[in-house]
Write a protein that binds this ligand. Sequence first.
Ligand code: CAA
Length: 394
Amino acid sequence: MNIKKNRKKELILANKKYKMKFTLSEEQIMIQQATREFAQKELLPRVIERDEKQEFPVNQIKKMGSMGLMGMMCSPKYGGGGMDTISYILAMEEISKVDASCSVVMSVNNSLVCWGIEKYGTEDQKNKYLPKLTSGEKIGAFCLSEPEAGSDATSQRTTAIEKNDHYLLNGTKNWITNGNTASFYLVIAQSDVSKGHRGINAFIVEKNYDGVVVGQKENKLGIRGSDTHSIMFSDVKVPKENRIGEDGFGFKFAMQTLAGGRIGIAAQALGIASGAYELALNYSKQRKAFGKPICQHQAIAFKLADMATIIDAARLLCFKAGWEKDQSLDYRLSGAMAKLFCAENAMKITTEAVQIHGGYGFVKEYHVERLMRDAKITQIYEGTSEIQKIVISR
Ligand code: CAA
């Protein structure tokens, strides 16, 4: 009897604390539907061509900006949508189902650049940069990775040395998403090597500052519509007021910003997986073999059952991380778990979707081969799967 009473008490407390529910609000459903329709109408028609030509989706990103998708979680005070992270996850999933090149632009702009500036920037920085970024008029990029500092992010070779009223920035950043289209870069650089990671700073650097040079575009396996470049900084004078946070806060800024970014990439991987699943399901209902639709063969039906189950679990992990972020709880663990699980399974599910399509899956018109190529990057950027395991195990 006592055990039962205690259990009931525990449940009531847990319910009060966590307010757990498995339904979406009306606003969230509206966002999901609007982004689903937008993706079908505006992204799908030329997605194969953009992938082949490595064409940046200029018009599509502009439209996404006018729909409020480029600064969803940012405060309306700075032109943002003031939405919660769950809405952002829903939108990321729908856009990624159709075009992961568009969703990575959206993810970097929302969860790294806008969030980073709004959370840690000065009021002047917010007023100057956020309205342009949230409207999609301008795009941002996040410059942490270097030729010799990828996973080992504390080994920054780019330097930002303090001089009078500015910092002098020198170095090279690699694999920068939005490298050429971005107008503003968040740049992480070492200001005092003797202090290790506590000597690292973060800056807002404008593309048109003297000494900023955009390198060659990378010819990539997947997300080929997004533009990925190296960026060289040579004696770039960055005004002191462009430093984000206190002196030496740059590494923590990068880590904390990436912790949220990983939720966005988890949602991207979820979308790639659910897009591939939906295509495979539809195909399996139409394609006949041995006298019946292939979905009625256990070999295919069981694959689809596994895919559906994994996708549901992946979505719940994303929602948990997003919810924790919205409740101002520590979401580093749940974000890393969501990214690890979604990315690893996006690779598996897209591979199975190609398998279900058989020979058709191997050609471009059926979309699943592109989704499989796009899935791969989710295991690599914003922290590889191995890095997520370091974060989780610690
Ligand atoms: N928030 C705040 N502080 C944090 C933090 C977080 N999430 N994570 C770590 N820190 C702090 C630690 O507390 C520690 O501070 P103190 O020394 O003051 O206590 C400091 O940062 C150093 O932390 P660690 O000792 O854990 O550092 P480490 O060298 O062992 O590295 C790591 C940790 C998790 C491996 C980290 O280097 C990492 O995440 N690497 C991967 C980098 C990455 O994700 N790159 C992606 C590039 S961006 C991108 O892909 C964008 C794009 O274009 C799509």
